[in-house]
Structures are given as structure tokens and as C-alpha cells.
Design a binder for this molecule. Structure first.
Ligand code: GLA
Length: 405
């Protein structure tokens, strides 16, 4: 057995349990941003794909825009060796995980992995049950920066205990590792995981359908449409904040048959909810239109605002949702979202929008402010007053930054 691992394990066991009962701090001041392999590629991943994705993330300006994590989801695993150490799948990753981490780091990014609390992952690869400290040690040796930890085959495990165990194991490595819980919201992790993890899934799996899953999938297991995830995640805003975020699952922007309006609305709502921005599409083939959504820095800034307050859906009128998010320095993000199936025209009376957000105690009052249209840069900033006629195509959004500057 590796000597440093024994030393780390001994230190972990000798110190009082409470000493490691915390996640690594300072890693999640704002929601994490990156790319994850699952939504597009499932278990069909390999080192060529990951390196090509890393190259694209630099070349397309995604790293500059803040997407720094490159995360392998299920399917990277090989067997355990005779001492129980997890190996990579040698066919998919012939150069090994350390070499891949070195490559990703050389591009200015960080590398993430995926495991599971149970004996097997959801795709029946090796899970971490009984190997938590050993796996955390291995990840740290490889230079891993992020762990997504799933909840399949959890049998009788106590969720808090199971997630805290890996949190402690990661902390014991001494390497700062972002810890993303993927427990699907089953045991209300928002009520108990703020000190354990940097983010927790609040929902089941996303599917690239906007508001309904086509009937051809009836009776089969599948994920949730994007709107269902919004409806689950929005009411949980009080639980999110710097260091601990609600995660309504990874992005499907650019996947399936989502229209450009739907891609834009999906991305915008994730930003309004201060959700993790984890791209889930094939970066080597995406269109420029999709790219322009993903690298809109003004919109990303709404998600990444340092105040870290998850936005709220204030009201819904005639199929139009009114979303607000308080930002640092007194600005607000304001989004009109046409959830309905028809194009709409809204006669917006700015003066009628004044309200106080009970959670933050902050008041939205557009008097004296300008409204900057973040998806239409050609539109001039306009005074946020009077009545404004706004056209919003079906499933699209209009997004403003409302600012006194
Ligand atoms: C679960 C997770 C997904 C993905 C798959 C991998 O379904 O919720 O995000 O990680 O497992 O098998």
C-alpha cells in the first residue's frame, strides 16, 4: 500500500472526527462553471474526446468566459487493483488520469471526476462504498479538482453520513476539491448539506425537452423537462448562497431539438437561479449561435454576481413570468419569460414593478434607472420608466440589467 496514503489515513483517523467535518472552503464563492460529459456522451468518453473538448474550451473563449472545470461523468472507471485502488479504464484512457489532468491543467482548466456513494455507479462502474478515503487519496494523487458524487445503489445508507464521509475524505487529502452532491433532492439536501458540499442537486436528471417529454417515451425511464426542474428549484432560493448552491442539473443548451429561443431561456433561467453553469453539449460541433449564448459575459455575470442571491419568480401573468435577481451594487437582473406556446406582446408598466424581496430585504425600484438589454446589444439602454411595448416570442426571454449607472 502506498506510504503517503497510510500516513494520510492515519492522520485522518487520529484527529478528532470534527476536525475534518468540513468541505474545502473558498472554492464556490460563485456557482461553478465548466463542461460535463454526461448529457451528450453518456459513458462513451475517452481521452481524445476530453482533450479535444479542452482544446475547444480554450479556442472558443469558453475558458475566458469562466468555464474552468472539465468534468468526466460516469464511465471513466476501470477495475480496482488487488489493494482496492481504483484504476481508469485502460482502453478509454490509455495515458492514465494523471496525464489527462496535467493536459487539462496546462490549458488553464481543472479536471473533475464522478463517483457514487454505493458499490456501483448508476452505469454500473465501480462506486466508492468502503473505499471513500482511498478514492479521495487517489483523486488527489492524480490532480483532480472536482468530484460529482452520485446516489445510485445507496441501499440503506444514511444520506447525510454518506455524503459527509466523502466530504471528510476529500478534505483529508489536503487538496482543494470542489464537492458536488448528486442526490437528486431526494432527502432535501438543502436543509443539511451547506457545510458538507459546494452544491447539491435539487432535482432528477434533465432531458433536452422544454416543457413536456414526448409521448413516445411513455413508460420508459427518462429525465425531466427543463421547466419541471425550474419549478422544483425556484422555491429553494433561501438555501443557496456563496459556498453552497442549488443545482437543478447540467445545461442542455445546444442539445436535442431545443430551439434557439429555448436554449436562450434555459440558459437565462439558470443564470437567474444562480445555478451551476455546466455545459453538456458537443463543443466540437456546436453552432456559432449556440456559442454566442454560452459566452454572453453580461448574462454570465448575472449568474456569477458576487452577492450570490438566487433570483425569484415574482409573478406569472398570461403565460409571462416575471423574474428578478438582486445584484451587487444595487443593480437588478429582470427577466420576462414567455412560457406560453404563442408569441406575446407585453405592455410593461415599469412604475408598477416596485417591490421588496423578503429574502434579501432589497427593494426593486426602477425610478431613475436604465434598462440594458443583455440579449440584444444593439438595443440602446432605455430609461426604466413609463409603459414599454415588448415582444417576446414563444419560449423566449427578454433580459435586462436595471442599473442607476
Ligand atoms: C445519474 C445522475 C446523472 C449522471 C448519471 C450517470 O443519473 O443524476 O447526472 O451522472 O447518473 O450515470
Amino acid at each position: 500500500m502506498k506510504k503517503t496514503f497510510i500516513a494520510a489515513l492515519a492522520a485522518a483517523l487520529l484527529l478528532p472526527f470534527g476536525a475534518f467535518a468540513q468541505k474545502a472552503e473558498g472554492l464556490a464563492a460563485t456557482p461553478q462553471m465548466g463542461w460535463n460529459s454526461w448529457n451528450k456522451f453518456g459513458v462513451n468518453i475517452n481521452e481524445d474526446l476530453i482533450k479535444a473538448t479542452a482544446d475547444k474550451m480554450v479556442e472558443l473563449g469558453l475558458v475566458d468566459a469562466g468555464y474552468i472545470y472539465l468534468n468526466l461523468d460516469d464511465g471513466w472507471h476501470g477495475e480496482r487493483d488487488e489493494q482496492g485502488f481504483i484504476q481508469v479504464n485502460p482502453e478509454k484512457f490509455p495515458s492514465g488520469m494523471k496525464a489527462l489532468a496535467d493536459y487539462v491543467h496546462s490549458k488553464g482548466m481543472k479536471l473533475g471526476l464522478y463517483s457514487d456513494v454505493g458499490p456501483k455507479t448508476c452505469a454500473m462502474c465501480e462506486g466508492s462504498l468502503g473505499h471513500e478515503y482511498q478514492d479521495a487519496y487517489t483523486y488527489a494523487q492524480w490532480g483532480i479538482d472536482y468530484l460529482k458524487y452520485d446516489w445510485c445503489h445507496n441501499t440503506d445508507l444514511n444520506p447525510k453520513g454518506a455524503y459527509k464521509l466523502m466530504s471528510n475524505a476529500l478534505k483529508a487529502t489536503g487538496r482543494p476539491i470542489f464537492y458536488s452532491m448528486c442526490e437528486w433532492g431526494t432527502n432535501k439536501p438543502w436543509e443539511w448539506a451547506a457545510d458538507i458540499a459546494h452544491s447539491w442537486r435539487t432535482t432528477g436528471d434533465i432531458w433536452p425537452y422544454f416543457d413536456t417529454i414526448p409521448s413516445e417515451f411513455d413508460g420508459q425511464w427518462h429525465g425531466e423537462p427543463i421547466m419541471s426542474l425550474v419549478d422544483i428549484n425556484e422555491p429553494l432560493r433561501a438555501y443557496a448562497g456563496p459556498g453552497h448552491w442549488n443545482d437543478p442539473d447540467m445545461l442542455e443548451v445546444g442539445n436535442g431539438s431545443l430551439t434557439m429561443a429555448e436554449n436562450r431561456a434555459h440558459f437565462t433561467l439558470w443564470c437567474m437561479m444562480a445555478a451551476p453553469l455546466l455545459l453538456g453539449n458537443d463543443l466540437t460541433t456546436m453552432s456559432d449561435e449556440v456559442l454566442q449564448i454560452l459566452i454572453n459575459k453580461d448574462v454570465i455575470a448575472i449568474d456569477q454576481d458576487p452577492l450570490g442571491i438566487q433570483g425569484l419568480r415574482l409573478k406569472s401573468e398570461n403565460g409571462i413570468e416575471y423574474w428578478f435577481k438582486p445584484l451587487q451594487g444595487g443593480d437588478w437582473a429582470f427577466c420576462l419569460f414567455n412560457r406560453g406556446a404563442e408569441d406575446a406582446v407585453v405592455n410593461l408598466d415599469w412604475n408598477s414593478l416596485v417591490f421588496t424581496d423578503e429574502l434579501s430585504g432589497l427593494t426593486f425600484n426602477p425610478a431613475g434607472c436604465k434598462a440594458y438589454n443583455l440579449w440584444n446589444k444593439k438595443a440602446k439602454a432605455r430609461k426604466a420608466k413609463g409603459v414599454q411595448k415588448i415582444s417576446i416570442p414563444t419560449h423566449d426571454v427578454v433580459l435586462y440589467r436595471v442599473s442607476s449607472k
